[in-house]
Design a binder for this molecule. Sequence first.
Ligand SMILES: C[S@@+](CC[C@H](N)C(=O)[O-])C[C@H]1O[C@@H](n2cnc3c(N)ncnc32)[C@H](O)[C@@H]1O
Ligand code: SF4
Length: 376
Amino acid sequence: MRFGLYLHVPFCEQHCHYCTFPVAVRPTSEHAGYVRRLKTEMALAGLPARPRTVYLGGGTPSLLPTESVADLLDGRLADDVEVSIEVNPGTLTDGAARRYRAAGINRVSLGAQSFDAGELRMAGRLHAPDDTVRDFHALRDAGFGNVNLDLIAGLPNQDRDAWERNLDWIGRLSPDHVSIYLLELEDSAVWARQGFGRRADGDHGWFYRRAMDRLGDAGYLHYETSSWARPGRECRHNVGYWTGVPYRGLGLGAHSLMDGKRFWNTRSLTEYQARIDSGELPIAGAEDRTPRVRIEEAFLLGLRRRGGFDAADVARDLGIDYPRDWFDRVERLADAGFVSFDGRILKLAPAGLLVVDSVVEELLCPSLLSICEATR
Ligand SMILES: C[S@@+](CC[C@H](N)C(=O)[O-])C[C@H]1O[C@@H](n2cnc3c(N)ncnc32)[C@H](O)[C@@H]1O
Ligand code: SF4
């Protein structure tokens, strides 16, 4: 079975004010122990075969010595495997980009977030815009032909001109892939706890539409809600998540979907270490994948893909037929400009892009949910 392998490296030098990923700010002396346990978890997991993609995410995997990164990837690589690593600007040491290439990494995601020094400082980032530019060129010089830049839109006090200047940098650097995330603040984020960071204005939609227009004009394909790529540079690993390819996530808080089952690891570093040290997988929970959970997920993931999804295939996989009023709802959503539907393929229309959760809620009508319930 081909699957996606995700390896989580939780360490960060600081906690950014918006972030709620499973991260740990720890001295570098703790990194080697974590890598050793991640390798133990890999052995305990009994991975099925060679993965089709590998993604080293974080946290900040680029804080690890490059030898540790090579050690984690050892034996998992073939020429056709997409191998990505997340790099925080300012953490790419001299020669690291070349050593990543030698270790088999062929895709880098550079967490630019913003090209405005003030915005970065305010968000608690440790890097400056120059670090992003320097690291981007170092990656190109080392031969990386597949580099992504992450930007966050809607940072507090970000105005329209500042957003245009961020997009100018995409034009200047011309990365192969761009991910643009609208700022989301969960209650546990530093900014949310300080009662700060949420914007009152309606600029989010404007930022997103400007990104769509400018990246489209620059030749990028908008292939998923937050993702733009040069043709052929779509992220295979992430496309796997959105199209139901099984994946195995190892490391702190990592999620997996294998053999139709979804489960996840503990988010406590202490528990992770203790469980691995006693020869156990650090799994903390699993989801009961009821037909309701599966249809909701199919709609959400399917609608995030700009090409949409085959609604008939989803019904067939679940062994159901859509009720009449489901088609009526789809028609109403289409008339209002939120979706398009040709009888099989359902996709978001431009007005639906920023309200995908509400569209999915509308599609999960009571009669469809009771049909799903009855198939249990
Ligand atoms: C796993 S995270 C962090 C990767 C890397 N440590 C970094 O900071 O550059 C991947 C991306 O998610 C985005 N992200 C994280 N928290 C976010 C939030 N609260 N709202 C929007 N985007 C967020 C950022 O763009 C980030 O680069
Ligand atoms: S945004 Fe990146 S660097 Fe900042 S805390 Fe989250 S994972 Fe760490």
